[in-house]
Ligand binder design. Sequence first.
Ligand code: DOR
Length: 445
Amino acid sequence: MSNPSGLLIRQATIVLPDGEFLLGDVKVRGSQIVEVGAEVSFDPSDTDTLEINAEGLTLLPGVIDPQVHFREPGLEHKEDLFTASCACAKGGVTSFLEMPNTRPLTTNQATLDDKLQRASQKCLVNYGFFIGATGENVEDLLSVNPTPGIKIFMGSMKGALLVSQEDILEEIFARGDRLIAVHAEDQARINQRRQEFAGIHDPAIHSQIQDNQAALLATQLACKLSKKYQRRLHILHLSTGDEAEYLRQEKPAWITAEVTPQHLLLNTSAYETIGTKAQMNPPLRSPEDNKILWQALRDGVIDFIATDHAPHTLEEKAQEYPNSPSGMPGVETSLPLMLTQAEQGHCNIAQVVNWMSAAVAKHYKIPNKGAIAPGYDADLVLVDLNTYRPVLAEQLLSKCGWSPFEGWNLTGWPVMTVVGGQVVYDRGQLNTEVRGQALRFDAGN
Ligand code: DOR
């Protein structure tokens, strides 16, 4: 693929920032969108601009996935920043925020710099990295840059990243004003229920051990501390109707929440069909929880969508519960999954764009992203809403090579993905020369 300094995307159905659709053109110069209109003028002698016929296709701002686990450094047998970013490009994900549970853990400036350096060398899309709280690195949490925020595992974690004691949590909430993102599960309740249900190898028990109450208790504690210090809080992968109903009553403007496609679309019945592939933290819940989460998302109680892409090898997942690791991949399927939901009437395309791009940029204060408008970065995805294709394991680019959604027939698959004005994915072909940029986060994070 050539690398022109401009793009002219012609006759796409463009989703505009106000949610309206425009049948028209988008002109890109360098890394930025310069013009959006029904018909943008073009000089045919300009050989430096690549003209793209997008008739019949829909143009969206690229997806910003605000919670992924890409395993590098240290766990590259599951995934690495190159394979993960290839999967992103194919899935229409043009930026991601990655979690600190790598080896070494991302808990200080040196480990953050190492990730940024690796990403600059091998990442096809834009990247940002959370700093992990250990309970002993409060100074680092306040000083490192750039980062979207502090990640706290209140539960479901072993080792230094587990911060479950209220007094230590309070110390973190009390100091500074940077965004805190929590994995909200109550470790004491999980420990107790692990003992009660010990010896059961049916993976369905996972959802009972780490039950709705475990999630609700931790979410309530995080909200209590956030309100006490008026501290910017984000609740990662909200999984229960109980938490959604609690937030509906108790959510001040400085608290946000996200949900994953799997917590909207899968439930405990998945253990019967895909076994430990359905095992994740927080666990899948009941169909009633699916329903309440959907309503909370549509009502704005839940602000945006993340995949929690957490790949493990098939061999690792094949171990007997509870030795099987928790987590499932997601970046290649999230956009078509949600666009298929829109086509089926559960939401609309403008909402999907808001949840997967605009709202993420807004709440993480990522400048110039999440909209198709002049002056914004040219991070774009052209999708085909006219055809349906199944999720096939052999087509996946994530190193783990499987998906909990295999066989699901989806529409809205990306046809082309553009990162910073460069075509990184075009009808099945990746341009592995493209490199993303480190994301910036405006003051306050
Ligand atoms: O299921 C999960 N797996 N949830 C997490 O929060 C961590 C993740 C992982 O890193 O495997």
